[in-house]
Design a protein around this ligand. Structure first.
Ligand code: CUA
Length: 327
């Protein structure tokens, strides 16, 4: 009885752990692969629930019916060939059913190759989205059109990462020196959290991105805006920041198209101000957070590759004003 209670408690803990607040809910998928994975999960869950009910039911029955009696001698069934065959066959059949369902789902998820729209490159610890046909790169936030097959090439420049938008379904390893693919049809408009699902170092947990599913028109507008060069600063602070950024080292790691900044080591900042998050979507993109990030990136993401550039507060504020105007 104690074993039964302990088992039930453990199951409850496991279920509760999967429902953490704000976590992407794979039971509310937004993409084709996610739908198929959800269906498979429910099928497998149902089969295993039946197995669990039968096993625990038999266990409870035996515990209660055959509890210790003073005179009883336990009957021996060792070497019963029929029982041995039956309890080998039953699990074999169950596992075969699970295998067939899983292989079917894997085949359904695998869509035909119609050419990739963009390449996702994993970095420690952020995401680059490269649209070579449209001539722009962005970071940590990407848009796709609902109802249209999305095909993504995935690569990595340093260690193995893994591309995963839980509600779109499916994940794929990003391996240095290799190009992998992931394809699905985003079905429902919305903002979805993307994550790295392969442990890749100290900031693995803060390697996130925003995956935005919009209408075809909104997608075209986004692509059009991203392909434009950086906006000219207008506010006095931002103008000063725009001049300042050319005199310090930012441009050796970051690109801001339309300015001398052409570095490729860090995220492209051309439309930085339009993004919802900073530091690989680990903080909302607000002037306060950006200032804190510029003052001490290592405090927010220890071991990240963004250095601290010592500047007076005044100049830090000018940089923030400039970057936030890069819509
Ligand atoms: Cu990148 Cu974990």
């Amino acid at each position: 009885m104690r074993a039964l209670l302990l088992g039930a408690l453990l199951a409850l803990v496991v279920v509760a752990a999967g429902c953490a607040e704000g976590a992407p809910d794979i039971f509310r998928p937004g993409g084709s692969a996610g739908e198929e994975i959800k269906t498979l999960s429910i099928q497998i869950f149902a089969i295993l629930a039946v197995v669990l009910a039968v096993v625990w039911g038999l266990l409870a029955f035996v515990i209660i019916k055959y509890r210790r009696r003073p005179e009883a001698e336990v009957s021996q069934t060792r070497g019963n060939l029929t029982i041995e065959i039956v309890w080998t066959l039953i699990p074999a059949v169950i596992i075969t059913v699970l295998l067939v369902l899983t292989v079917q789902t894997t085949k359904q998820i695998d869509l035909p190759d119609r050419g990739a729209q963009f390449t996702t490159v994993g970095h420690r610890w952020w995401w680059e989205f490269d649209f070579p046909d449209q001539g722009f790169k962005t970071a940590n936030e990407v848009y796709v059109a609902a109802g249209r097959q999305t095909s993504i090439e995935v690569e990595s420049v340093d260690v193995i990462h893994s591309f995963w938008v839980p509600q779109m379904g499916g994940k794929v390893d990003m391996i240095p020196g290799r190009v992998n693919h992931i394809r699905f049809v985003p079905l429902r408009k919305g903002e979805y959290l993307g994550e790295c699902s392969e442990f890749c170092g100290q900031q693995h947990g803060k390697m996130r991105f925003l995956f935005v599913v919009v209408s075809t028109e909104e997608y075209s507008a986004w692509v059009h805006n991203q392909a434009e060069p950086a906006a000219q600063p207008t506010g006095a602070e931002a103008v000063a920041g725009g001049k300042l950024i050319q005199t310090i080292a930012c441009g050796s790691c970051h690109t801001i198209r339309g300015t001398p900044a052409k570095g490729t080591f860090g995220p492209d900042l051309t439309h930085f101000g339009s993004r919802r998050g900073i530091a690989a979507y680990s903080l909302p993109n607000t002037p306060q957070n950006l200032l804190a990030w510029l003052q001490d990136p290592q405090a927010i993401k220890p071991e990240c590759l963004m250095p601290t550039i010592p500047l007076p507060l005044r100049e830090q504020q000018q940089l923030v004003a400039y970057l936030e105007e890069l819509k």
